[in-house]
Ligand binder design. Structure first.
Ligand code: ADP
Length: 460
């Protein structure tokens, strides 16, 4: 139950609360009304019973033989009970019925009440027959010195009908009130929570590249407005930190470039004068450092939002051949076959520089990590509206747990191997950024021992 409850939306929960509270309030109100009405009507009946008792007592008389007589004579000389609406019985102290006046015949009443248990004042409600409840009052009286017990009756049907009507009204009103409250609750919750939906939608769309965006603040004074304001302040700080980090990377890379260039110039001069393996290896390291700095600068530029995307129609053949040529030397060195397959002579809409950079990084990896004498193919195909470029190699393959991580910065599966091959762990991060920036994506299909297929998917 609690599991179910916690999975409901705030709107639904508020709706339930409104409905429950309304039913409780209506029930409490009905209960109070019921009690008050019952008390009022019941005491009214008891008051009537006392009057009935006085009337009956005043009319009783006893003849010399000890027989009970009724004082008032009717128009026809009968006992004149008809003038009295009250029902009554007179019992002797020995529990013998002396007189009974009921507006119904005795035989109609199946459960005639038992004699009074003791001569004292007593009120009670009894059920004469199913559905016929009467209120009785018993009280001792004296007729010419003789002790009797007089019992007067009053029908309770009206009282009971009124109470039943109160219950019926409640049973009818409670579901209606609950439904109205639920609807009202849902509507109120829907209205007041609507800004949250808008905020959530905006917050989801904010990425590290769009930190300049802010949440909408409908009303800065209410709770939701305060929440949005706080969130916006956090975004502001985040944006500043990101900008600072980028600036630092860009500045540091920039500052490193100048001494490095000088270092290389000195090294190259020295190497020209004499062939020294130590200087060669130093120059190689300087070259790698330069590549790393270029990659870092590229990433910093990309993230600063300063890289503009210029989509244009590109014949893929041209780009693929260009990329293949750029790594041809390395591939030849490893006796690898590098093939471009573009049977349908496809073209796509993309930014030429970004696409070239991404493909180059992926193909470069293929050449790096695939063994000598293996085959690397660059193929194109259409997939629905999209254009796909497959880069397949016969390398060691990549275990599934690394598939997403290798696109992270500086993530290398085998650090030593990557370093030995001249990698820094930034190539795929740059490639992914370059392709996603144009609305595309890079997919990877690879497992250990089966080579890898990197798919660059470009949108229509
Ligand atoms: P690096 O500069 O180290 O190549 P990348 O970001 O280009 O950095 O790649 C990240 C890691 O992914 C590499 O270190 C390597 O372990 C793995 N990787 C990338 N491409 C391939 C491939 N074609 N075959 C096997 N492993 C690869």
């Amino acid at each position: 139950m609690s599991h179910w409850w916690h999975r409901r939306s705030v709107k639904v929960r508020l709706m339930f609360w409104y409905a429950t509270i309304t039913v409780v309030v209506v029930a409490a109100f009905a209960f109070v009304v019921f009690e008050v009405v019952e008390h009022r009507l019941a005491s009214e009946i008891d008051r009537q019973l006392r009057i009935d008792f006085d009337v009956v007592e005043a009319q009783l008389d006893m003849d010399d033989a000890g027989k009970l007589r009724w004082l008032v004579r009717g128009a026809h000389g009968d006992e004149g009970f008809a003038r009295l609406s009250a029902w009554f019985e007179v019992w002797s102290e020995e529990k013998l019925l002396l007189l009974r006046h009921w507006p119904v015949r005795d035989t109609d009443i199946k459960n005639a009440p038992p004699p009074p248990s003791e001569p004292s004042l007593r009120f009670a409600t009894i059920e004469l027959e199913p559905g016929l409840h009467v209120r009785i009052m018993e009280r001792p009286a004296r007729v010419r010195g003789q002790g009797v017990v007089v019992r007067v009756f009053r029908d309770e049907s009206d009282l009971r009908r009124t109470l039943r009507e109160i219950v019926e009204v409640f049973l009818l009103a409670a579901p209606v009130a609950a439904a109205l409250a639920a609807l009202g609750g849902y509507w109120v919750a829907h209205r007041s929570l609507r800004p949250i939906g808008a905020m959530a939608a905006r917050a989801t769309s904010i990425t590290s590249e769009s930190l300049g965006q802010r949440l909408p603040v409908a009303n800065a004074h209410d709770e939701l407005g305060q929440l949005a304001t706080v969130f916006n302040a956090t975004l502001q700080r985040l944006e500043s930190s990101f900008a600072e980090l980028r600036r630092f990377t860009a500045d540091a890379s920039h500052e490193l470039r100048t001494p490095l260039t000088a270092l290389r110039a000195v090294g190259e001069d020295a190497l020209r004068e004499q062939d020294n393996p130590a200087i060669s290896s130093m120059l190689e390291e300087a070259q790698r450092l330069e590549e790393l700095i270029e990659s870092l600068l590229a990433l910093a530029r990309m993230e600063s939002g300063k890289v503009s995307v210029l989509p244009q129609r590109i014949a893929l053949e041209e780009v693929l051949r260009d990329v293949a040529e750029s790594v041809r030397l390395l591939a030849v060195e490893k006796q690898q076959t590098l093939e471009v397959q573009n049977p349908a002579a496809l073209s796509a809409t993309a930014d030429r520089l970004l696409l070239r950079q991404a493909l180059l990084n992926i193909v470069h990896n293929a050449v790096r990590y695939a063994p000598t004498q293996s085959r690397i193919t660059l193929g194109t195909r259409r997939q629905g509206e999209e254009t796909v470029i497959d880069i397949c190699d016969e390398g060691p393959g990549i275990a599934p747990e690394h598939h997403t991580k290798i696109f992270d910065r500086f993530y290398r599966i085998d650090k030593a191997r990557s370093r030995a091959e001249g990698g820094h762990g930034l190539g795929l991060a740059i490639a992914q950024w370059a392709i996603e920036r144009q609305g595309g994506r890079i997919e990877l299909e690879s497992s250990i021992g089966n080579g890898s297929v990197f798919r660059v998917v470009l949108p229509a």
